[in-house]
Design a protein around this ligand. Structure first.
Ligand SMILES: [Ca+2]
Length: 136
């Protein structure tokens, strides 16, 4: 599949608890996500959008209070903000596969961290979204 080079990536800085993009998910469309970049939470090891299941230290006890408890720390999360409100956060990670079941609305992203503890994060992930409804 060729990737149109003019698509500007959506930048998701690790230290922002919610990044709202201009990209709007439409009902019935199919999307592919191209995800790249690395980020880091404080002194944890650098990680990609797949996150760290076990960063060690105090976080081993705090797993249930992060945005999406069942996903790894610093995994890339996605949701949409539409007429029906905000959908629940979901694991996007490396963005494998074709996505066809996101509710209509603007895409929002964040790192899987604890609300109020984003300031000590750094790095960013770039996300490109391609509508593959026609070609897929
Ligand atoms: Ca943090």
């Amino acid at each position: 599949m060729s990737i149109p080079s003019q698509i500007r990536p959506i930048e998701v800085p690790a230290n922002q608890s919610c990044v709202t993009s201009d990209f709007v998910i439409e009902a019935g469309h199919r999307y592919r996500f191209l995800v790249e970049g690395q980020w880091i939470d404080d002194k944890d090891p650098l990680t990609g959008p797949e996150g760290l299941p076990h960063p060690g230290g105090i976080r081993e006890c705090l797993g249930r209070v992060k945005r999406l408890p069942e996903a790894a720390w610093m995994a890339l999360l996605v949701r949409t903000k539409g007429p029906a409100g905000k959908s629940p956060w979901r694991l996007l990670g490396r963005g494998d596969g074709i996505w066809s079941d996101l509710p209509p609305g603007r895409l929002q992203f964040c790192a899987n961290d604890v609300l109020g503890f984003y300031r000590n994060n750094s790095g960013k992930i770039d996300v490109r979204v391609i509508d593959v409804t026609q070609g897929a």
